[in-house]
Design a protein around this ligand. Structure first.
Ligand code: MRU
Length: 344
């Protein structure tokens, strides 16, 4: 399976997701600012993957701080953490990962600057390994929801590329395939960045799982034809009541699934759940450059002077969600009380 991100000799190395599937290129980050750039530019994307990238970015920034004085070190680290947490607003995994790094720095504080640096590197690597293990556990829980032979529709990319490895929504698909089930995936192409057509299709093909790309507009058509047995998507943030922020277009898919009596599942680790947010209206939605919409492969497709809007995520209200698949098991409605229990 593809390695999304790695820490090597005080460098962070990421596969360049802007270039896939045509080119398999790697971006090498030597400082925390290049990690921030990579997150903003979608070199690396997907909620759990940007969480791991942020943790590694903080570790990279810490390593480069040149002072033995703990107070000065902490002040600089704090500035790095603040910059890193602001790289993208919607996926809560980013802020969650930075917070976890801050805690490690605080706990190791008495042992001196070099010990804090070592602790931060160790924590970032641990988060990568943990994420992969969590996805495998989640896959195991989720695959039980799928029939022995079935067609799963997914939106965006919630696979190995969007995580440390294995994937959330695609982790469920992988686990089902590993259990011997005959799984076929319909991948929404996911305009405008084409995470589905480029990334989901690429990684499933690499893994030998049957995948067909469809336009986003065709999801309803295939549901109406009786071709879709289940929808599984990932999430960027889940509010305390189970409202789900995910890639723009997810809401449309969820409403369609309900109309056609197709179960709509969300696979996400606990790090994607934000218990501090009551419902989806409080989730900040990233607005991206309008050029992603007005242009295609560097050339303008919309008429000159016509503006575009480019919200990167939308909110699916909890009533459209059949179940949330986490590493702690499959959670069904009512979500508010059941999600709360996960954090006790
Ligand atoms: O803008 P992106 O590509 O970072 O958006 C990613 C998604 O919306 C994914 O579905 C989500 O992060 C879950 S990834 C396991």
């Amino acid at each position: 399976m593809v390695e999304t991100i790695a820490w090597k000799d005080n460098q962070v190395i990421m596969i360049d997701q802007r270039k896939l599937p045509r080119q398999e290129r790697y971006v090498v980050c030597e400082g925390y600012r290049s990690v921030i750039r990579a997150i903003k530019d979608l070199v690396i994307r997907g909620a759990p993957a940007i969480g791991v990238a942020a943790a590694m970015g903080v570790a990279l920034g810490a390593v480069k701080i040149r002072t033995g004085n703990m107070d000065r070190f902490k002040a600089k680290l704090d500035a790095i953490c603040r910059e890193m947490a602001a790289a993208r607003p919607t996926a809560v995994n980013l802020a969650w990962a930075v917070e976890r790094m801050r805690r490690v720095a605080d706990e190791a504080g008495l042992a001196g600057v070099e010990a804090v640096k070592a602790g931060l590197i160790e924590e970032a690597r641990k988060m990568l390994a943990e994420d992969i293990a969590i996805n495998r556990t989640m896959g195991g829980h989720g695959q039980g929801l799928l029939k022995d032979s079935c067609c799963v529709l997914t939106h965006c990319n919630a696979g190995a590329l969007a995580t440390g490895g294995y994937g959330t929504a695609l982790g469920v698909v992988r686990a089902a395939a590993e259990a011997g089930k005959r799984i076929e995936v319909l991948a929404d192409e996911t305009r405008p960045f084409l995470q589905g057509a480029r990334l989901t299709a690429w990684e499933l093909k690499e893994s030998g799982i049957a995948v067909t790309v469809i336009t986003d507009n065709a999801a309803g058509y295939f549901m109406q034809q009786g071709r879709v047995d289940a929808v599984i998507v990932g999430a960027d943030r889940i509010a305390a009541n189970g409202d789900v922020a995910n890639k723009i277009g997810t809401y449309m898919v969820a409403v369609l699934a309900r109309t056609h009596n197709i179960p709509f599942y969300v696979a996400a680790p606990l790090s994607t759940i934000d218990p501090s947010i009551k419902n989806g209206t409080e989730i900040p939605i990233e607005q991206r450059d309008e050029k992603e919409v007005t242009h295609f492969q560097g050339r303008r497709t919309a008429p000159d002077g016509v503006p575009a809007q480019n919200p990167a995520f939308d909110i699916t209200p909890n009533r459209y969600v059949s179940a949330i698949i986490t590493e702690k098991g499959v959670i069904t409605p009512p979500f508010k009380s059941r999600l709360k229990r996960l954090f006790l």
